[in-house]
Design a binder for this molecule. Structure first.
Ligand code: NAD
Length: 499
């Protein structure tokens, strides 16, 4: 019998009651592995009501006590990471090594969030005038909804949720309907770690559930990670309902390779950042930009055989380089974009279409694909492909490369490979991109710094994790305080100053 998931509300599993369901697949075999209930508006209302109760209790819990629950959760997560990695492999398809990397990036943010007592510290000014002391405190905002994508079902709920909870809020995760198993395991572990009921909830579903959260009057903040069209909709709808919203969205990340770069290093970087996780990462490199024809020729000579040699495989095959894509639709979409690139006149150097593996004939695989002679007008350049497809374009000058990066609608990540510090510094200043790597291909900042893109890769003005996330997940209150002994007699009708 096919497994059936539940929601997680008020610290317990809750069976779906709407009668609406979706299928969850094993991407390596193409088989349905579970049925997922999609919540109705009424079920979302119940989850929010339980979260409101949880938020009230949790906000009153002393900050160091909240931090101790985060420490306990971190221990549990680390002790069960192999089990979690297997669930990721079975539903997302990513390899065990990749899954463990994702989990570790989640652990990093929990460790940062364990510093909540320090992060939540306010400000104090002694005697700002007339024996008045002035202080500001950060308070939780209440119930935060976190809408998360399929490609990091552990890391992204933790990036959002650990910070939201550390700051004293309740969290409702609406995970991707493609791979809900890992987010459900996280919810169970929070309960085991001692988080009060109602503080961490999971409701499954599609647009209907997202809309119910975006318009709910008891949800004051929405944090979203996913594609740009959906993120823009979430941002605008949430803002129109007076919510605080941040939305981290799509990408097309360039890697500029200057003629002086170490070519071996650049090729290794492109293979890892272009094809790791089958290119299903918002920080994947999808455009290689060698500057000058000579650099392009030198790069392609080494790169093409490496791409040709990449092996597809299921998550538990230690030889696998490229995992299956998330759905049959994603596989068809990527294959049709490859066909579009050919139509548009790009040079298809390695074609990953039709990649099949014995025993996994119905898996959603696309093999490593490499295009040369790509131009800025082509759809394969303008679109986020989100598959194992790398485009190579060779502008004649460094200035043209910078212009190209800046003209693209997305600005999530970018890398420059060079031995010249002066150029690297110029590049870092000149590009309108949120996260920049100098000889680092996937420059995802560590937990104690902030994460976020620019242009249409992000809507809203705060960043993920790092000190900025504390600002997103709290509201500030400022108190002017004077004790009766410091008060002069007599009413003052003029506007108060510090005289
Ligand atoms: P998606 O936009 O399809 O889905 C994201 C979430 O939104 C899911 O929970 C989904 O159920 C929900 N959703 C989907 N359609 C909706 C609609 N019409 N209305 C309301 N909600 C809807 O994204 P995905 O395919 O799960 O993830 C891949 C995308 O996420 C890529 O574009 C990738 O670049 C992006 N991403 C960005 C970052 C970042 O930090 N910038 C990180 C990871 C992924």
């Amino acid at each position: 019998m096919t497994k059936e998931y539940t929601h997680w509300v008020g610290g317990a599993p809750v069976a779906g009651a709407s009668g609406r369901f979706g299928d969850v697949f094993n991407p390596a075999t193409g088989e349905v592995s579970a049925r997922l209930p999609y919540a109705s508006k009424a079920e979302v209302d119940t989850a929010v009501a339980r979260a409101v109760e949880g938020a009230k209790l949790w906000a009153e819990t002393a900050v160091p006590k909240r931090a101790s629950t985060l420490f306990a959760f971190r221990e549990l997560l680390v002790s069960r990471k192999d089990e979690l990695a297997r669930i990721l492999g079975q539903e997302h398809g990513k390899t065990i090594a990749d899954a463990l990397g994702e989990i570790q990036r989640g652990v990093d943010v929990i460790e940062f969030a364990c510093g909540a007592p320090h992060l939540m510290k306010g400000e104090f000014s002694h005697n700002i005038g007339g024996n008045i002391d002035l202080y500001s405190v950060r308070e939780p905002i209440g119930v935060v909804a976190g809408i998360t994508p399929f490609n990091f079902p552990v890391m992204i709920p933790l990036w959002m949720g650990a910070m939201a909870v550390a700051c004293g809020n309740a969290f409702i995760n609406k995970p991707s309907e493609r791979d809900p198993g890992a987010p459900m395991m996280l919810a169970e572990m929070w309960k085991e770690a001692g988080l009060p009921d109602g503080v961490w909830n999971v409701v499954h579903g599609d647009k209907e559930v997202v809309d119910a959260l975006l318009t709910h009057e008891d949800v004051p903040a929405i944090t979203f990670v996913g594609s740009t069209p959906v993120g823009e909709y979430v941002y605008q709808t949430g803002a129109a309902h007076n919510k605080r919203v941040q939305a981290f969205c799509g990408a097309k990340n360039h890697m500029v390779i200057l003629p002086d770069a170490d070519m071996e290093q650049a090729v290794d970087a492109l293979v890892g950042a272009g094809y790791g996780s089958a290119g299903e990462r918002c920080m994947a490199i999808s455009v290689a930009v060698p500057v000058g024809r000579g650099t392009a020729d030198a790069l392609l000579e080494k790169l093409a055989p490496r791409v040709e040699g990449l092996k597809i495989g299921p998550y538990d095959d230690p030889q696998a380089d490229i995992n299956p894509l998330i759905t049959a639709q994603a596989q068809q979409r990527v294959e049709s974009l490859i066909a579009r690139g050919v139509e548009e006149g790009a040079d298809l150097l390695v074609d990953g279409r039709g990649a099949r593996m014995q025993g996994y004939e119905n898996g959603f695989f696309v093999g490593g694909t490499l295009f040369g002679e790509v131009t800025t007008e082509m759809d394969i350049y303008r679109t986020e492909i989100f598959g194992p497809v790398l485009s190579v374009m060779a502008p004649a000058s460094y200035e043209q490369a910078v212009e190209m990066v800046n003209a693209h609608e997305y600005g999530n990540g970018v890398a420059v490979f060079t031995r010249d510090g002066d150029t690297a510094r110029h590049f870092s200043n000149a590009v309108d991109v949120g996260m920049i790597g100098v000889n680092v291909p996937i420059p995802v900042p560590m937990a104690f710094h902030n994460f976020g893109g620019s242009k249409r890769s992000k809507f809203g003005d705060t960043q993920m994790h790092g000190p900025e996330s504390v600002r997103f997940f709290t509201k500030m209150k400022t108190i002017s305080s004077r004790w009766p002994s410091g008060t002069k007699g007599g009413a003052q009708l003029a506007f108060p100053t510090n005289d």
